[in-house]
Design a protein around this ligand. Structure first.
Ligand code: 9WO
Length: 251
């Protein structure tokens, strides 16, 4: 019923952090999800509560011990996906966010230092997820991003209209431009169609703008969108008439 996030970290006090100040924060207060920060250090078994050690084979930095990580994971793993946030993971996508939102919750493993002993990754086989090609000082900020993306999709967090839109074509398109009052600002006018009250024309303009921006900025998304979107009757008519007249250089 309640979506449950368990976050394994050496810095449990970082959570909920910025999540308290978003849709996710309101949903947390409303009991739509629960947050269970787990301090990895509580699973150390020596007097100094050691969680890391020097790498076998030498080299810089420290590595998190597999026995400590495994003991922490053992207290939380159930039917939920377990996710390790790491720059060497597969790229996080909106489809992952949707899959996590549809699960009963998440177990998020946040590393520090140079990472975690490979054997506990082999043994527990978490999903290894990356936000992008950069290195942070730990997985915690990435875990917050993943949580924010999943939680806003939980039932009752967003308006139903918003989530319906997200499921549809908008997934492969960048956002269309947004405008609000004043209708003229520093000599710049809002596009007239948005003031027309003609909902069909507004929708068509927004879609055309989203397509234009996606094509210009993200050829990879544009290709995925074209592959996933059946040609509209209008687009088919355009294609059928392509031999008639088309501006030079048009596709
Ligand atoms: C540190 C390091 C130092 C010297 C040479 C190589 C090195 N790699 C790393 C490293 O990747 N450290 C990670 C720190 C270990 C796992 C947790 N940390 C982390 C996660 N940094 N960045 C992320 C992350 C997670 C998701 N998306 C983007 C970045």
């Amino acid at each position: 019923m309640t979506w449950r996030a368990s976050v394994l970290t050496l810095f449990p006090e970082m959570f909920p952090g910025p999540l308290a100040h978003s849709l996710a924060g309101r949903a947390l207060a409303a009991g739509i999800w629960t947050l269970d920060p787990v301090n990895i250090r509580d699973f150390a078994h020596d007097r100094h509560r050691t969680v890391d050690d020097t790498p076998f084979g030498g080299g810089p930095g420290m590595v998190m011990r597999p026995d400590v990580i495994d003991a922490a994971l053992a207290t939380v793993v159930d039917d939920r996906p377990t996710v390790y946030l790491t720059p060497r993971g597969r790229r996080f996508t909106q489809a992952d966010a949707q899959r996590y939102a549809a699960a009963s919750g998440l177990v998020l493993l946040c590393g520090r230092y140079e990472g975690i002993d490979e054997r506990v990754i082999d043994a527990r086989a978490p999903e290894e997820i990356s936000l992008g090609d950069y290195v942070l000082s730990g997985g915690e900020l990435a875990a917050m991003v993943v949580l924010d993306a999943a939680i806003r999709l939980l039932p009752g967090v967003m308006g139903a209209a918003d989530s319906a839109t997200e499921e549809s074509f908008s997934q492969h398109l960048l956002e269309y431009p947004h405008y609000t009052r004043p209708a003229e600002w520093q000599g710049r006018r809002v596009p007239e169609v948005l003031l027309s009250g003609h909902h069909g024309a507004v929708a068509a303009w927004r879609r055309a703008e989203a397509e234009r921006i996606t094509r210009a900025r993200r050829p990879d998304l544009w290709d995925a969108y074209r592959a996933a979107t059946p040609a509209s009757p209008l687009a088919s008519a355009t294609a059928a008439n392509a031999h008639v007249a088309s501006p030079a250089g048009a596709p």
